[in-house]
Design a protein around this ligand. Structure first.
Ligand code: PRP
Ligand code: MN
Ligand code: MG
Length: 179
């Protein structure tokens, strides 16, 4: 285990099983359609890569980078589009792939942006959900794990851009972000 990690909350195997299950549910949900699957960078990059391998319907991919946390464990409350989509979403069935919903600010902002661009439908799949963090009314259509009110890293999730490569979900030692 990494030295800055206090505890492994979700193992690599638990994540793998959940991603397979979500992929199967999404394959049923989108049967007969051709969704545009949007990865919210950077956090969702590993989940996106693993998830789309488990979805059996034809689909297209795009990527959008937004950031609200920076080098902090609290959202700045201000969402910035760092990289926009390459694809037009007008009339498309959009599936947003997100790693975690905490305050809900990132996705409520993005849903607004996408609806103004006249999507046919938009749904959210998130691997992790931290309901205790919510400051706006925003729920995923599908989610993997409910997370307690602790700052987690790994499987794409960072603290100050570190720990994204850990293959499990860990809780950081408090001294790492208090120092
Ligand atoms: C994190 C995470 C989600 C968002 C969730 O992204 O990946 O996108 O925050 O928080 P919220 O529900 O409170 O908005 P971050 O802004 O840290 O950028 P990153 O994905 O590049 O790490
Ligand atoms: Mn993110
Ligand atoms: Mg981050």
């Amino acid at each position: 285990m990494h030295n800055d990690i206090k505890e492994v909350l979700i193992t690599r195997e638990q994540i793998q099983d959940k991603v397979v299950e979500l992929g199967q549910r999404l394959s049923e949900e989108y049967a007969g359609r051709n969704p545009l699957v949007i990865c919210i960078l950077k956090g969702a990059f590993i989940f996106m890569a693993d998830l789309v391998k488990e979805i059996s319907v034809p689909l297209e991919l795009d990527f959008m980078a937004v950031s609200s946390y920076g080098a902090s464990t609290k959202s700045s409350g201000e969402v910035k589009i760092v990289k926009d989509l390459d694809t037009s979403v007008e009339g498309r069935d959009v599936l947003i792939v997100e790693d975690i919903i905490d305050s809900g600010l990132t996705l409520s902002y993005l849903i607004d942006v996408l609806e103004r661009r006249k999507v046919n439908s938009v749904k959210i799949v998130t691997l992790f959900d931290k309901p205790a963090g919510r400051t706006v009314d925003l729920e995923a259509d599908m989610s993997g794990f409910v997370i307690p009110d602790e700052f987690i890293v790994g499987y794409g999730l960072d603290y100050a851009e570190k720990y994204r490569n850990l293959p499990y979900i860990g809780v950081l030692k408090p001294e790492v972000y208090n120092s």
